[in-house]
Each structure stands twice: as structure tokens, then as C-alpha cells.
Design a protein around this ligand. Structure first.
Ligand code: UDP
Length: 322
């Protein structure tokens, strides 16, 4: 298929592009390079530099790509930043997304796979989180993603655009070629690996008084290659659907740090800090629905091989893409 990938120069987008190309699809990457990196664009893909604020540019690029489907990764994705700058999140994630849908209507593209998030659920009443749980975001980031999910329903009903929304839990790891390099790094695993590389003195543990066995937050870390496979399967969906994507297992912050020490063979200095606002204690996915309906099963079920792949990439790219 011809696939149009917004945000294809970013962390998750670049690796999905690589896997789409490996599977024989033709890809056009659409990215404004504010978060993404030119070096993260697979050279086998076409590249259209552009911004989701600009409908004619999206429409022209979409028409030129002859896309049969869109994968929409381009977004701002930092919970903390969204709490101080909601305008940025609603503008880029909601208005930008709406512009993309407008361009799809104009060019007649009828399928979209959307990067959504477990942040649309807020603090869940129970775990594992399945698709029947009420979505009650507790930050503008999660709200902006939920608003786009809700728009998708109407573009299906009114314009016949089929969607698959994939709510990622904690994406982690790397492919051999592409990895995680954010200009501002707030995520746990890359920050621990920076300590192992000697680029940071210590890693902060945000909150040690959560109601979990070791007092730190529990997350469901999912390998980026498993996420990419889910996107590929989403292209085969015949009707619109929303799926939660995780392994169904949980790892605490302290367990992630211990696993990083084991994988890297280097000690990690830790500083215990207060809780980070907006962090629920425990987020674990139930991915039964996508397993049942599309046959998706994550290959990486434990944290160590996920960290190993990230560590390999960071060792080979100690300064990221720069
Ligand atoms: N975390 C931490 N220190 C860091 C970064 C994150 O203790 O330097 C914690 C964070 O509070 C959360 C978990 O690690 O409980 C995962 O955070 P991350 O930012 O990687 O992903 P999120 O769950 O926010 O999407």
C-alpha cells in the first residue's frame, strides 16, 4: 500500500516507517522536524516537509503520495508540558489533527491509524485497562488525544473514513537503526541510560510512596517493534476500532532501574524525589481485544530485552541523531 505517515521522523513514527518499508509498503513521511530528526527518516521513504497547521500543504502532499492510508503520529506528547502550555496541545493535537482529516476528505483517503494513548483514561478505576473503561483524562495531553478519537467517529459516520486508534502504554526500546532521541528527554528509560553512559550524574525517582509493592509507579512497557506490528495489522482492519496496546505486565520504576543496571553492567545513581504531578500509580493494559480481533501478540514480554535494544542504540548513538 501507499502510506502517508505524519510524524515519521519522530521516535515511534520512524520505526513504524522502517517496518512498513521492510514489509514492502511505499511510504511518504510528512513532518515539520520540530520534534523529529531528518536523520531518523528512512532513506527509502519519500519526505514532504510540512506542518499540520497548513491545510493546502497537507492536501498537496497527501495527493502527491497517492496514499491509501494515513498513519498519524505527529503530536506533542509530554504530560508535564501540557499542564503548563495547554494551547500548544490543543492547537497541534486537535486543530492539527482536524486539518489532516480535512485534507483526507478533500483527497478521498479513507483509512487512518491514529497514535492514541493510555493517558486518555486518566487514573483508572481498575487495571488491567480494557477498552470498556471510561476515558477521563487528567491532563490536556490526554484530553487532546481523546478529542481526536471522538472526531474520528464522526468522520467515519459522515465521510466513511475508517479509523483504528491505538492507545499506547509505555513505548520503549529501539530497532537496530532508529531509536529514542527527544530534544527534551523526560522518559524514564533513556534518562537511566544517560546515567549509564556517564552523561547524567543520577536519575530521579518521582515518588516512593505510591500504593505499589515497592512504592514506585508501575507501567506497562511495550517494545517499539511490537507497536509497529500492531500498526501493520491495523491496516487490515475492515471497520473502525479502538485498541489498547501493552504487554499486560507491569514494571515499577525501581525494577526498571535494576534491569538497566543488569543490562548495562553499570551502577545507576538514584535520587528520590516527590511525586510528579499527573502520574497515576499503576497503568497496565489489557490487549485482549486486539489479540482477539487482529491476532496481535507482543513478542517482547519482559523488560530486559526491551532495555537491551535501547542500550545498543544509545551505545551506537551516544549523542542521539546529532
Ligand atoms: N519517572 C521517574 N524518573 C524519570 C522519568 C520518569 O521516576 O526521570 C517515572 C514517572 O514518574 C512514571 C514512570 O517513570 O511513573 C514512567 O514515566 P515516563 O515519563 O517514562 O512515561 P509516562 O508513564 O509518563 O508516559
Amino acid at each position: 500500500m501507499n502510506i502517508f505517515v505524519t510524524g515519521g521522523a519522530g521516535y515511534i513514527g520512524s520505526i513504524c516507517v522502517e517496518e512498513l518499508l521492510n514489509a514492502g509498503h511505499a511510504v511518504t513521511v510528512f513532518d515539520n522536524l520540530t520534534e523529529g530528526h531528518r536523520e531518523a527518516i528512512d532513506p527509502r521513504a519519500s519526505f514532504a516537509e510540512g506542518d499540520l497547521m497548513d491545510v493546502p500543504t497537507i492536501t498537496n502532499a497527501l495527493a502527491a503520495s497517492k496514499a491509501e492510508a494515513v498513519m498519524h503520529f505527529a503530536a506533542n506528547a509530554l504530560v508535564g508540558e501540557s499542564m503548563t502550555n495547554p494551547v500548544k496541545y490543543f492547537r497541534n493535537n486537535v486543530t492539527g489533527g482536524l486539518h489532516l482529516l480535512e485534507a483526507m476528505v478533500q483527497t478521498g483517503v479513507k483509512k487512518i491509524v491514529f497514535s492514541s494513548t493510555c493517558a486518555t483514561f486518566g487514573t483508572p478505576d481498575r487495571v488491567p485497562i480494557d477498552e470498556s473503561l471510561l476515558q477521563k483524562p487528567i491532563n490536556p495531553y490526554g484530553e487532546s488525544k481523546l478529542m481526536f478519537e471522538q472526531m474520528l467517529r464522526w468522520f467515519d459516520e459522515i465521510h466513511g473514513i475508517t479509523h483504528v486508534a491505538l492507545r499506547y502504554f509505555n513505548a520503549a526500546g529501539a530497532s537496530q537503526r532508529f531509536g529514542e532521541d527527544h530534544r527534551i528527554e523526560t522518559h524514564l528509560i533513556p534518562n537511566i541510560l544517560k546515567v549509564a553512559l556517564g552523561q547524567k550524574e543520577s536519575v530521579s525517582v518521582f515518588g516512593t510512596d505510591y500504593p505499589t509493592p515497592d512504592g514506585t509507579c508501575i507501567r506497562d512497557y511495550i517494545h517499539i517493534l511490537d507497536l509497529a506490528q500492531a500498526h501493520m495489522l491495523a491496516l487490515t482492519a475492515r471497520s473502525s476500532a479502538k485498541y489498547n496496546l501493552g504487554t499486560g505486565g507491569g514494571t515499577s520504576v525501581r525494577e526498571v532501574i535494576a534491569a538497566c543496571e543488569k543490562v548495562t553492567g553499570r551502577p545507576i545513581r538514584v535520587i528520590e524525589e516527590p511525586r510528579r504531578p499527573g502520574d497515576p500509580a499503576r497503568l497496565i493494559a489489557s490487549s485482549e481485544k486486539i489479540h482477539r480481533e487482529l491476532g496481535w501478540t507482543p513478542k517482547f514480554q519482559s523488560i530486559e530485552p526491551i532495555i537491551e535494544s535501547a542500550w545498543k542504540w544509545h551505545l551506537a548513538h551516544p549523542t542521539g541523531y546529532r
